[in-house]
Design a protein around this ligand. Sequence first.
Ligand SMILES: NC(=O)c1ccc[n+]([C@@H]2O[C@H](COP(=O)([O-])OP(=O)(O)OC[C@H]3O[C@@H](n4cnc5c(N)ncnc54)[C@H](OP(=O)(O)O)[C@@H]3O)[C@@H](O)[C@H]2O)c1
Length: 262
Amino acid sequence: MKKRIAFLGAGKMAEGILSAMESADGVIMAEKIPARRKELERKYGVETTDSLAEAAKGAKIVFLCVRPQDADAVAAEVAPFLKKSQTVVSIVAGKTLAKLRERIGAVPALVRVMPNLALRAKAGMCAICAEKTTPESSVKAVGKILGAAGETIVLDEKDFDAVTALSGSGPAYFAYMEEAMAEAGEALGLSRVAARLLSRQTMYGTAKFLKESGMETRPFIEGVCTKGGTTAAGMAFLAKGPFKRAVCATLAAAAKRSKELA
Ligand SMILES: NC(=O)c1ccc[n+]([C@@H]2O[C@H](COP(=O)([O-])OP(=O)(O)OC[C@H]3O[C@@H](n4cnc5c(N)ncnc54)[C@H](OP(=O)(O)O)[C@@H]3O)[C@@H](O)[C@H]2O)c1
């Protein structure tokens, strides 16, 4: 089998990218945990190994998918095995291309991606940036793989702390909103099961409609707010409260942490 794509670290995000790919042919995943390797072999028929070097050697594209605290050590371990024809794609939060370059050596092309967990539902958001010297063909090849898992956008690296705070961490914040809505529904007397269903389907339906229609949020909100009606009463409260300030502060805290992780 000719190796095309290697994953270093086979956790949640690596599985998300893999599951969006048409075929696991030519994919090899390096992972420490034996039970996890078995699970991926069984689920996707993918080749796995406990050796980072074995996975990285000869793969055209090498995804670095370990947690930030492991990234430097993993990059340094595979660096001696990488060639000029290979592209390393880091999805590690906060890790800049310059820092990664220090560890991975001068040889391979480098691409940095900030994905999000929604790629497991093929509805992910991946921001992509690259060094000036990275061949356009490498960026395109990475965009093609990730495009199967949702939307992609090419941005400057200077935007990546903000991207990380918004779309990278965003799924947790939207899920928190869903949880808050469900809890509020329960407080109004709904059963837990009913409140969860109502909250989840409303979040899903709203996101689906906005995405498919391309409608701006403001006219959408106004459309739901009948004058003197229930939504208008709720929105009047929401809009004068600290909600937007809290969202701003939340993203600022995440962006600050992204800077620290570099
Ligand atoms: N989760 C998100 O929503 C999200 C969003 C955007 C970006 N990211 C980035 O994506 C990266 C991966 O996140 P994740 O959520 O997929 O993490 P994860 O589920 O913890 O996966 C990382 C995997 O890599 C394994 N690993 C660590 N060192 C290894 C080594 N030397 N050799 C082989 N395998 C090794 C870990 O095993 P052990 O557990 O045994 O260490 C773990 O199974 C992170 O850098 C994160 O910043 C995540």
